[in-house]
Design a protein around this ligand. Structure first.
Ligand code: SF4
Ligand code: SF4
Length: 435
C-alpha cells in the first residue's frame, strides 16, 4: 500500500472537532443591516479611503486604494450608502479606519455575470487579481498579485495548492472543495497560467476524502494536469513550510520564501476567489466562514459579506450557552477577541465561540524539562530554552537561538504538561527582541 505523506519533524494530533460542522452545506447569510469595511484587511499598508460619509456606493465598486507595493484595494460588498468612517478594532487587535455602509433595502447585492476569460494573458490575469483586491484567504492576507508575479530569472517547479485546513473546528475550505470543486480547480488552472509551474499539486488532508474525490472527478473530466495528494492528518501541515515538505520534500531555509525553493503556495479559497474575479469580474467581497465551538447552537459554514459583524453570524447560528471567548480563525493560531461587533475581513476563515468551561485554562507549574515541546516543534526549535531566555529578559540571546523562526503554531504549548504560556512568550520575545 502506498504511504500517505506528511512532514516529518514535530507536529501534533489535536482532536479536530470537524465533525461538528463538516456535513453542514454552505448557506448564505442574509444581507445584514450594516457593514463595517476596514481599510486594513491585508498585510502591508492600509488602503486609502476613496469615499466619504454620505457617498453612494455600488456593489463591487472600489472604495479603498492600495497605498503601497504591499497593500490591497478594498471594494464595497453591496449597493448602499457610506454612513460613517470610523475606527474599528479587528479581532487581531489591529485598529483600522473602516467604512460603515448601510446596504440598500431593495437589491443590495451586485449581479455578477460570467465573461469569456480564456484570451486573457498572464499579465492581464495578474492585473485582475490586483485590481479586485485578492489576498490570501487562508488567514495570511498577503496580497496575492505579488505572490503570483514571478521575478525575472526565477522559475516555478511546483504550484502547491493548500487544501489542508489542519486547524481544529474549521471546515470552510472542506465544504468549498466539495461543493465548488469546479471553480476551485479552474482557479488553480488560472494561477498556473500566471506562474507557469512544471507541476501542480493540491494537498488535502485525508480526513476530507469526499473533497479529494470531488476534486479528482473535476480534474479527470477536463484532463487538467493537476495531482491531488492526500496527506496524513497532522497539525500544522497547513503552514507552507510543512506543506512543501509533505508534498514536494523541499525545505524552505530560515528567512527564505517558497519561491526560493521553486514553489508557489496558495490556499484553495484564494484560488476560488481568483476564479470569481477572473470569470465574473467580482472583487473579494465575500467569503466562506465556519461558525463553530461549544457555545454555538448549530455549527455552520456560512457565505458572508466582508464587513458583516460577528454578532450577525452568532444571531444566525444561535448561541446554545453564553460565550466566554470568541476566536477568529482556528483555536491554535487564531485570535481571541471579546467584541461581537468586530467585522469579518478577507482573512477570516472561522468564528469560534466557547463557553467558560470549554475554554478553562489549566494552572501553570514549573518546567519539568520533559522535552515534549522540543519533540513537538515542527521548526526544530527548543521552546523550553527560548521560554527560559525570554522569561529572564535575555531577548537578544533568544533572537540568536532562532526565535524568529517560530511560527507561533502552538504545538509546544499543546503538549506542555506544565501548561506554560509558551506561544505568548514567543510573541513577546519577538516584539521586544526586535527593538
Ligand atoms: S509555537 Fe514556535 S516554538 Fe512552539 S512549536 Fe510552534 S514553532 Fe515551535
Ligand atoms: S514541554 Fe513544558 S515542561 Fe516539558 S520541557 Fe517543554 S516547557 Fe518544560
Amino acid at each position: 500500500m502506498q504511504k500517505i505523506p506528511t512532514f516529518r519533524k514535530g507536529g501534533i494530533h489535536p482532536d479536530d472537532k470537524k465533525v461538528l460542522s463538516n456535513r453542514q452545506a454552505i448557506e448564505r447569510l442574509p444581507v445584514p443591516a450594516e457593514l463595517i469595511i476596514p481599510l486594513s484587511q491585508h498585510i502591508g499598508a492600509p488602503a486609502l479611503p476613496l469615499k466619504q460619509k454620505g457617498d453612494r456606493v455600488e456593489a463591487g465598486e472600489k472604495i479603498g486604494q492600495g497605498a503601497s507595493f504591499i497593500s490591497a484595494d478594498i471594494h464595497s460588498p453591496v449597493n448602499g450608502t457610506v454612513t460613517a468612517l470610523n475606527k474599528v478594532t479587528l479581532a487581531n487587535s489591529v485598529v483600522s479606519d473602516a467604512f460603515v455602509i448601510t446596504p440598500d433595502t431593495e437589491n443590495p447585492m451586485g449581479i455578477w455575470e460570467e465573461r469569456p476569460y480564456e484570451a486573457f494573458s498572464a499579465a492581464e490575469l495578474q492585473k485582475i487579481v490586483k485590481d479586485l483586491g485578492i489576498v490570501g484567504a487562508g488567514g495570511a492576507t498577503f496580497p496575492t498579485h505579488i505572490k503570483l508575479t514571478v521575478p525575472r530569472g526565477k522559475t516555478v517547479d511546483a504550484l502547491v495548492v493548500n487544501g489542508v485546513e489542519c486547524e481544529p473546528y474549521l471546515t470552510a475550505d472542506h465544504r468549498l472543495m466539495l461543493e465548488h470543486s469546479e471553480m476551485v480547480v479552474r482557479g488553480v488552472m488560472l494561477v498556473a497560467r500566471m506562474t507557469n509551474p512544471k507541476k501542480i499539486i493540491i494537498g488535502v488532508e485525508n480526513n476530507k476524502k469526499d473533497a479529494i474525490v470531488a476534486l479528482r472527478k473535476v480534474i479527470a473530466e477536463h484532463d487538467f494536469p493537476i495531482v491531488v495528494t492526500p496527506l496524513k492528518v497532522k497539525y500544522p501541515q497547513g503552514d507552507e513550510k510543512q506543506l512543501l515538505k509533505a508534498t514536494i520534500k523541499r525545505e524552505i531555509p530560515s528567512g527564505k520564501l517558497p519561491l526560493d525553493v521553486g514553489a508557489v503556495v496558495l490556499n484553495v479559497a484564494t484560488a476560488f476567489a481568483i476564479y470569481e474575479a477572473v470569470a465574473y469580474n467580482k472583487p473579494l467581497i465575500e467569503r466562506i466562514v465556519t461558525v463553530s465551538g461549544e457555545a454555538i447552537a448549530t455549527k455552520r459554514n456560512l457565505r458572508v459579506l466582508i464587513g458583516t459583524k460577528v454578532a450577525d453570524l452568532l444571531a444566525y447560528a444561535g448561541l446554545a450557552e453564553e460565550a466566554e471567548t470568541y476566536i477568529a480563525g482556528g483555536p491554535m493560531m487564531g485570535f481571541a477577541f471579546y467584541d461581537d461587533q468586530t467585522p469579518i475581513i478577507k482573512g477570516t476563515s472561522g468564528i469560534l465561540a466557547f463557553t467558560e468551561e470549554a475554554h478553562k485554562q489549566a494552572p501553570v507549574s514549573p518546567c519539568i524539562s520533559c522535552g515534549r515541546c522540543i519533540a513537538a516543534c515542527p521548526m526544530g526549535l527548543q521552546p523550553t530554552k527560548l521560554y527560559r531566555l525570554i522569561d529572564h529578559r535575555q531577548y537578544s540571546e533568544a533572537m540568536a537561538t532562532n526565535l524568529m523562526d517560530c511560527k507561533e503554531c502552538g504545538c509546544c504549548a499543546f503538549v506542555c504538561p506544565a501548561h506554560l504560556p509558551l506561544v505568548h512568550a514567543m510573541k513577546l520575545g519577538k516584539r521586544l527582541g526586535r527593538k
